[in-house]
Design a protein around this ligand. Structure first.
Ligand SMILES: *Cc1c(COP(=O)(O)O)cnc(C)c1O
Length: 370
């Protein structure tokens, strides 16, 4: 195992990200769907994620999506010149930068789009918009189809420096709504109505994110969806396999590995001693008395990974018992190998841990290619 001078270390496997991006692009291409690679949540203080964007583009993603202007700016400075989507509905305070640094934005407010039109005119640029339809998840988007279509026609006919590029939707975020043939067919039908009214085919019908990939795989994605915005399914690729239970051997799940050091190793009771009150976060977890256990105290905490259970030890027989801001408690009683003070324990990072660890200033980031 590679050794480092400062733990915890987050290893980011660029080859694995390329491999997954290619697998996702290939499965989508079969259904005539293009993929925007979403890099949000994968940048850090030390390294920009322009390298991750480059892997996605190299693998065939036609554009890059990100939710924050500051990181989009950095990608531009590092010469990512592919089309960039701003995937969060823009703030009024960032519209100048939206026009300067992005090519396409997802939108749901006509007042914002009018303001974008004015700034695009001032910058002598054209900007593309995708109108978001809320199909029940209740985050961003028009909830009334008629209102979306009315605004689409207004953009097409009245706004010279904005191109009506398409329609899109987002599911599975606030309302936990599953994308399916029915709700996505609604999006296709809205796109068809707009295309008929404007006398040209809309370029983009964007049917969601990673959570729409199962429909691509099982063939139930409606014809007419021609674009997806995929982040987690490329970089981390855990949700569809860990949560949905899909078997996707073509997607690597170990692109983000956290390596952390053992700072104490002792036999301790598994049930706390004394009056159980609240933990450091005001919660009272449940404890089970499993007798005396061998515990490894790991220098990795909620400050580094968020939910302590979003890291999975790559150590046969080890279980995460819990943790606090700076510590993770690992039961190593049943491990085949002997765990000692100073050992480095590898953990696979789920999406939440990946986001926290990339932003944590006390986690060293290391790009690898294996
Ligand atoms: C985060 C996000 C995505 C990407 O979602 P994944 O689940 O990471 O694939 C796509 N579109 C929008 C609007 C998003 O906010």
């Amino acid at each position: 195992m590679e050794t480092y001078s400062n733990y915890p270390v987050l290893e980011i496997n660029l080859d694995g990200i390329y491999h997954n991006a290619k697998a996702v692009v290939d499965m989508c291409r079969e259904k005539s769907i293009q993929v925007t690679g979403v890099v949000k949540g994968t940048d850090s203080y030390e390294n920009s994620y322009a390298q991750i964007a480059a892997q996605m583009l190299h693998a065939g993603c036609t554009s890059i999506g990100d939710s924050r202007i500051n990181t989009i700016k950095r990608m531009r400075q590092e010469k990512i010149d592919a089309p960039i989507f701003l995937i969060r509905v823009p703030m009024a305070c960032e519209l100048k930068d939206v026009i300067t640094y992005t090519d396409i934005s997802l939108n749901s407010e006509i007042a914002t789009i009018k303001a974008l039109n004015q700034i695009a005119y001032q910058q002598n640029k054209n900007h593309k918009v995708i109108l978001m339809m809320d199909l029940g998840d209740l985050r961003e988007g028009y909830i009334q189809e008629e209102e979306l279509i009315k605004d689409a026609l207004f953009i097409e006919n009245q706004l010279k420096d904005i191109t009506l590029y398409g329609v899109g939707t987002n599911l599975g975020c606030f309302g936990s709504i599953k994308p399916n043939n029915t709700n996505l067919s609604t999006l296709v039908s809205i796109a068809d109505k707009i295309s008929a009214a404007i006398g040209r085919k809309l370029d983009i019908v964007s049917g969601g994110a990673t959570s729409t990939l199962p429909l691509v795989l099982d063939g139930t994605i409606p014809k007419g969806i021609n674009h997806l915005r995929v982040g987690e399914g490329i970089v981390n690729a855990r949700d569809l396999q860990d949560i949905w239970g899909l078997k996707l051997p073509m997607l690597r799940r170990d692109n983000y590995m956290i390596k952390a050091q053992v700072v104490e190793i002792k036999e301790k009771p598994s049930y706390p001693i004394g009056e159980i009150f609240v933990d450091a976060f005001g919660n009272t977890p449940e404890y089970f008395d499993k007798g005396i256990r061998k515990r490894a105290l790991i220098a990795l905490g909620k400050r580094d990974v968020g939910d302590i259970f979003s890291v999975l030890p790559k150590l046969k027989g080890a279980t995460v018992e819990g943790g606090s801001s700076d510590h993770l408690i690992l039961d190593v009683t049943d491990c085949e190998s002997e765990i000692s003070l100073g050992d480095i324990i590898p953990f696979e990072a789920c999406y939440g841990a990946m986001i926290h660890a990339t932003y944590s200033s006390s986690v060293t980031k290391q790009y690898i290619s294996v």
